[in-house]
Design a protein. Structure first.
Length: 140
């Protein structure tokens, strides 16, 4: 009985030290937003044709903004720290950047624990998305 309690305590202590911090979340969120933005902006239904003529390498341009996108996600995120794991609730977007271009509003709930991030749920403009479950190792 005592060995079981010690093992459980040791596991909880290990999880406590492997709960990824907000800086790791910012990096994870930046990577996720880059992939989403490449799909949304650089895809067939993304930029209007006149802008496509100006922007020569859309995916590379967006990937160069990973840190900025991560910082943006962190600003729109609330972290609920439960010690052995954290829940990150993120809400970003919804702004109209040009008269013909509005950034969709995204809401994401991410679980962080044991050095990893797992997206639990996503919604875009109020609609549930089916791509929940993206994971990442928080360690470089």
């Amino acid at each position: 009985m005592l060995a079981g309690a010690a093992g459980l305590g040791g596991t909880a202590l290990a999880l406590l030290f492997t709960n990824p911090p907000p800086n790791d979340f910012e990096s994870f969120a930046g990577d996720q937003l880059v992939e989403l933005a490449v799909e949304e902006v650089c895809g067939a239904d993304g930029l209007p044709m006149p802008l496509r003529l100006v922007v020569q390498n859309c995916p590379e341009l967006i990937r160069s903004q990973s840190q900025v996108l991560g910082a943006l996600a962190r600003q729109g995120t609330t972290r609920h720290n439960f010690g052995v794991f954290s829940l990150y609730q993120t809400e970003i977007g919804g702004q109209e950047v040009l008269p013909f271009l509005r950034i969709p509003r995204y809401r994401v709930i991410t679980l962080a624990g044991a050095g990893h991030f797992v997206i639990l749920s996503t919604s875009k403009d109020g609609r549930e998305e089916n791509d929940a479950g993206a994971t990442s190792d928080a360690r470089p």
